[in-house]
Design a binder for this molecule. Sequence first.
Ligand SMILES: N[C@@H](CCC(=O)N[C@@H](CS)C(=O)NCC(=O)O)C(=O)O
Length: 199
Amino acid sequence: MQLFHSPTSPYVRKVRVVALEKGLGERVTLVNAVPWPEPTAVAAVNPLGKVPALVTDDGLVLYDSPVICEYLDSLSPARPLLPPSGTARWRVLRLQALADGILDAAVAVVLERRRPQAERSAAAEQRALAAIRRSVAALPDELRPGASPFDLGQIAAAVALGYLEFRLGGESIGTDAPSVRDWWQDVRERPSLVATRPA
Ligand SMILES: N[C@@H](CCC(=O)N[C@@H](CS)C(=O)NCC(=O)O)C(=O)O
């Protein structure tokens, strides 16, 4: 399988962590496709021009990280990352959505700060930061050290906290709350997270 990727994309990292947790790491070949500046190689397989995109061994192209993660989870019954049905499944998917939403807001802040000063919107940046703070504050209800397996929701949450540390470390966004910090300390040295840590 080919994974179109960029080394610092947190959505790509989530997919790579899933592949490693499923024991599929060796089957995934990375194809460099940094989305900026245009043109980007990923547009040849994903019309949205975004990474990650996965080309399966059958030649099927999949994109959007939740779709790719569910596909990888389906490849082997070992260590299921997503419950098959019921409330447990919706809780995992909801946590993934919360964590991916944190990423969307954090990426928006990073992009806003890269604009020329005259084009920057303080209101857009503050709105995104407020969404991050609210969403980080919602994490403790979902995360308790050792309380549940490292499923797709927890993987997404770990990747989101890693990205906040990487891009917005030192800012007051709630990640220093004891319950969030304890959970993050508990999982951050997992081999799948260490192997995919952004430089
Ligand atoms: N919802 C998508 C988000 C993917 C995404 O936004 N990737 C960024 C890199 S971090 C990208 O490729 N951006 C290029 C663009 O927006 O044009 C997913 O989960 O895969």
